[in-house]
Design a binder for this molecule. Sequence first.
Ligand code: FAD
Length: 418
Amino acid sequence: PNSITVDVAIIGAGPSGAIAASLLHQQGKRVLVIEKQYFPRFSIGESLLPCCMQFIEEAGMLEALNAAGFQHKNGAAFRRNGTYTTFDFTDKFTPGPGTTFQVQRASFDKLLADTAQSQGVEIRYGETVEAIDLTENPRLTVRNETGELYQIDAKFVLDASGFGRVLPRLLDLESPSCLPSRSAIFTHVEDNISDPSFDRNKILISVHPEHKDIWYWLIPFSHGRCSLGVVARPELLAHLEGTLEQQLLQMISEEPTLKVLLANAKVVQECATLKGYSANVSRLATDKFALLGNAGEFLDPVFSSGVTIAMQSASMAAKCLTKQLNGETVDWQADYSAPLMQGVNTFRTYVQAWYDGRFQEVIFYENPNHRIKQMISSILAGYAWDTNNPFVKDSERRLNMVVELCKNNTPIPELEEG
Ligand code: FAD
């Protein structure tokens, strides 16, 4: 047949699509996921935040994930020139999981999608959503594996297409990013790190010794490998010559500690680059569609918030959609977009302050107040929607206050909370 009817059509089977599909299926909704590629497939975004474990659990996928043998993660480490500092995600203000994993996304995404499938979700691989008609109920046009077109009639569409940004493109929802364009060059290495003090349970973020807005990620995996990447404004990479691999290695050699740490590392995957990945949209949802994860807003990779935002949006959208499909009224702006953006905007505050240097002053401050550190640790662990945390609720003002205290080396007073 060249037309099929479902409750919910989901574009993309990455983390946001798989979690949303599972949650809606649990509520007895008929969902169909259309995925352009075949899994396993490479994706960037390998360091998770503990907050996202809640959504994996909600979707009934925690057991499968815990059994998969991924690298344990309990925090983040930062290095700038001689200063090294860590955030322990189990020591935080907001209740909830304090550990997670660092994952090769090819296997991780396949595990989530396969688990959703084993729960009963239908996923069609090798098929691409090409058009949408919203005149009445949403109607998608899909190109199948053999190149033929067919239609899906749905009561609602979730766009979980990530950087594919299918609905923003088809419905002209794209708006310019609020962040300047940056580039990333990255690969996987067989790291051969022999330094016993290297903490494999944390992502390591290193700052370039001269340019504070250039930074590197080193994300240890299990089995002696790491993901390695550098992020910079394109003009600061323009002097680099040669292949992408030579360019990445040149940048690594400019950061003395990384250079030593990775002296015996071997590149085991073709280097890749992504540019201008930050994106905004003019609206996130109506009563016919919602954008999840990266298909909506994408900020910046520095705090590894991408997969957490993707799963948070999937969980929030699934709850709204279940209500709507059960005949209740949903105000998608008030019930989905606004609460989702609350957390996204919290991350945005810290991302902007990372690049202009303010947040780095706090991160590298030598004599932190423990309670404030716990509040910041919560945000770095992904709990950016917890409005009990003063650094969430009033992020810009609170951050600026602490920045001033750090600058003047003033002892930091106790905060009133709530
Ligand atoms: P995706 O995982 O991108 O999945 C979308 C799926 O949709 C894909 O499988 C695609 O094939 C499919 N699709 C696309 N178009 C169509 C179509 N027309 N029809 C059907 N299917 C389609 N996040 C973190 O959490 N931690 C990190 O450490 C991190 N590091 C990052 C580093 C860089 C340099 C960048 C750029 C991003 C990073 N991110 C990180 C962000 C992370 O990559 C994304 O936020 C995350 O993958 C989003 O998940 P998603 O489910 O929204 O989309």
